[in-house]
Design a protein around this ligand. Sequence first.
Ligand code: NAI
Ligand code: AKG
Length: 529
Amino acid sequence: MFKVLVSDPISNVGLKTLIEDSEIELDVKTGLEKEELLKIIGNYDALLVRSQTKVTAEVINAGTNLKVIGRAGVGVDNIDLDAATDHGLLVINAPDGNTISTAEHAFAMLISMARNIPQAHGKLKHGVWDRKSFTGVELNKKVLGVVGVGRIGAEVVKRAKSFNMEILGYDPFMSQERAEKLGITLATVEEIFANADFITFHTPLTKETKYMLDKPQFATMKKGVRIVNCARGGIVNEVALYDAIKEGIVAGAALDVFEEEPAVGNPLLDLPQVVTTPHLGASTEEAQLNVAIDVAEEVANVLKGKGFKNAVNLPILPEEDFAELKPYLKLGQKLGQLAAQLCSGIIEKLEITYAGNIADLKCEPLTRYIVRGLLSYHLADDVNYINALKMAKSKHVDIIESKTSTAKGFANLVSITVTTSNDKVKVSGSLLNGYGTRIVNINGYTVDANPVGHMLIAQHTDMPGIIGNVGTILGEAKINIATMQVGRKEIGGNAIMVLGVDKSISEDVIESLEKIDGIKKIFNVDLQN
Ligand SMILES: NC(=O)C1=CN([C@@H]2O[C@H](COP(=O)(O)OP(=O)(O)OC[C@H]3O[C@@H](n4cnc5c(N)ncnc54)[C@H](O)[C@@H]3O)[C@@H](O)[C@H]2O)C=CC1
Ligand SMILES: O=C(O)CCC(=O)C(=O)O
């Protein structure tokens, strides 16, 4: 008998498969205090949550019998994935069931904001017939910027089109062809910020999307712009949004999500221009039924050792497949992560060459790690070892693999070339006997860099003084240089500098580095995870 704990409100009808399963005993205990959860979690084989239960490392440690954690929804930011993976626990989610509900909610928020419906409603309910204060704006012919055109973003687009809005969309995986199919114009985030009357966010919260709308971006916007965030708190900087509303740049904001939830007491809630809901995007009967059905089926399958579709992490590597490849997996992931941060534009193609003795191995698992590294820069935990190839296909990224026995002086060499809509980046790495993983070539320049932590990569002209200037600026910013590599193809020609630094480099330091005479481009690379 498997014991399953449901610790957040999840549709009972959706849980029917588990309730009726004679091999499963289901306990529903919602609203548990942390201490209560810690006390009982050791009795369960599976835990099912929505977003309220914080499945911390402490909970996972205490869950000594846990085999699987199911999330009835998309975002898994309330689950400590690293701790789950370390404990060999599978985490699964239900990514499809709440797409329509969340898109409808975002659109409802957008219209409510445009027509001041919540504000007028509140006043009338308090006995005031006020027709003067609530003149709104039409959606007709207005420019809507959609940042993140995945499942939910694409559904928002469909609804906006029926309101005759002109749509600008940005998604790092959206091709011209897909944009045309959706009937929208591909744009950069900067173009969206500069031209949109309404902007709606539908991305996960990642290192890249954290504060993607902040003070400097508000400064570039049209006066009177209206913002919708029904994705995740933290994509929009709440302090900067507050100031932009006060300064009259932003005429309205519709917020379903907040940096800290519950958001009771958040200063934004005091502003009349803000319409809000308490994270209700997925709160419909239909969505809750869909996600409960999906997650219940998956959890039952996992417990009984059957197949599953929506794993979010990789708990256990089947030893027999991975033994020989294992040392290369980290290298593959780091190469993917590095290439993602060196290229711009929409990723269209990934070419992988396995050279030298690695060409004799079954490399498919390694390919998955490379793809995971490449895509995770934009998709964060949505992409994992298990779904990496499927995810690449759904994002229209072609993967071409080849093998050769010659490895240019190395015993083994993994090279990846990423082609985007406006860029091509090639990085190679090797597993050096006794030295571990090394990046050995970046865009044709020979280097020898340990792919860990924070790196600063500079493309520059080979000329005196550049290295000194970079060192001075970093020194003044109290950033310690741990390692340094310089590569060039010819004297006085194009060159590359690869620095390992002890901490992340802030935007203003990057701007100062970019101003150094001879510097062409600076990449602030994070290879921490
Ligand atoms: N308010 C609520 O109740 C709900 C909120 N959500 C949130 O909505 C988000 C989106 O959900 P889905 O559409 O199902 O996910 P999805 O994975 O289908 O779409 C997300 C899209 O964002 C894109 N993206 C990643 N980084 C980007 C960047 N820097 N700029 C522009 N686009 C970027 C990805 O390429 C992807 O296409 C989820 O991550 C979740 O956090 C989801 C369901 C309910
Ligand atoms: O469970 C919920 O209501 C939250 C939904 C959500 O934010 C998600 O699925 O990412």
